[in-house]
Design a protein around this ligand. Structure first.
Ligand code: GLY
Length: 367
């Protein structure tokens, strides 16, 4: 079946208060309206995205007139130094407590901007206009904000739900190829969690996604957002169900940390994390569908992602030793110190959360 024609889809995230995520080729035109009756607006923008697409914001008078801070995107944005710059910028912009921050960039800029918004004057509104596939399908929805600490990724952060999200899929046409792959890793994760219908649709649309077909991208981004919205509405603070969204992430974060932050795009590391989580599922006897691991590995390959740790090691030319990965996993913020917690995939739409493995088991999967 062909992808459906690309028109905006609107998904409600039923948190308290609820908010809307608009997905599609016209979403960016709604950013100004999404700020609602804010007393003032201040923009945090990724400098690369601004040079490519800044004119789309300028078409909205309130955004054209708003103070704007251009920042380097990627992990470089997620430091105390940049957070301080952002907070000073909001002060200089004269934003009051009824003001609204707009972020225009990838997941890292959204994480940083969301954190600044949650801290400034004890919390002001934020509207995210995510510009990468990864940010559109995952990072911009659900209110997680963070910067990195020396000891690990995303170790300092808050939960601060946005006022709205405007995910314009036309922006994905200019995405760096590595960034596209990275987003596809999170798309695979979400499809595994959402269940058979979404997973089968992703298998069908994989070639179209690789070509950046606008209708296919809009359909899949909307499907991922719908799944995430369901999960976040039930468990906004990650007390239970939301932990399922960390599928592949305990391994993935360790890979990013050992390779050196920024060296392996987040979703590319998550894709390898998915293959390792499947290995864990098989080895622990938790996989209830014998075809599932092979099916996901084939999908990862079809999307140009590494489907094993060995493949990533070859691609990077880095050893990513099992010992280093194991040590990095011991610091994962989702488990007790020294005892990483895994989300293990059992079958499409079904995971086993909170699985503890021994150091020997982990070492054998990371060999
Ligand atoms: N990225 C996972 C979550 O938002 O919970």
């Amino acid at each position: 079946m062909e992808p459906r024609a690309a028109a905006d889809e609107v998904v409600e995230v039923a948190t308290s208060p609820p908010y809307l995520v608009r997905v599609g080729p016209g979403a960016l035109a709604h950013v100004s309206a999404a700020c609602g009756s804010a007393s003032g607006v201040a923009l945090l923008v990724d400098q690369r995205v601004e040079s490519l697409h800044g004119a789309l914001l300028d078409a909205q008078p309130r955004l054209r007139a708003a103070p704007r801070l251009s920042l380097e995107g990627g992990e470089a944005a997620k430091t105390f130094g940049v957070l301080e710059r952002a907070l000073d910028f909001l002060t200089d912009a004269g934003l009051d407590r009824q003001g609204c921050v707009v972020t225009f960039g990838g997941g890292s800029l959204g994480d940083l901007g969301g954190l600044a918004a949650s801290l400034y004057k004890r919390g002001v509104a934020v509207v995210h206009a995510p510009t990468t596939l990864l940010a559109q399908v995952d990072a911009s929805v659900g209110g997680k904000t963070a910067i990195n600490l020396r000891g690990g990724k995303n170790l300092a952060g808050t939960f601060h739900q946005p006022r709205a999200v405007c995910a314009d899929t036309t922006l994905l046409a200019t995405l760096d190829p590595d960034e596209l792959r990275s987003g596809l890793g999170e798309v695979v994760k979400t499809a595994m969690l959402a269940g058979e219908a979404t997973l089968a649709r992703l298998e069908v649309l994989a070639p179209a996604l690789g070509r950046r077909d606008a209708a296919a991208l809009t359909e899949l981004v909307a499907a991922c957002v719908r799944h995430k919205a369901r999960v976040v509405a039930q468990d906004p603070l990650e007390r239970g169900l939301r932990r399922s969204l960390n599928l592949g992430h305990t391994f993935g974060h360790a890979i990013e940390s050992v390779a050196g932050y920024g060296r392996v795009p987040h979703g590319v590391a998550v894709a390898v994390g998915l293959s390792l989580a499947l290995r864990a599922a098989e080895s622990l006897g938790l996989c209830s569908d014998p075809d599932y691991p092979g099916r996901i590995r084939a999908l990862l390959q079809a999307l140009g992602l590494c489907s094993s740790l060995q493949e990533l090691r070859r691609e990077l030319g880095q050893p990513l030793s099992g010992g280093d990965l194991l040590a990095a996993m011991a610091h994962d913020k989702k488990g007790a110190v020294g005892a990483p917690e895994l989300v293990v995939p059992a079958a499409p739409g079904s995971v086993e959360p909170g699985v503890r493995a021994t150091a020997e088991q982990l070492s054998s999967w990371l060999a």
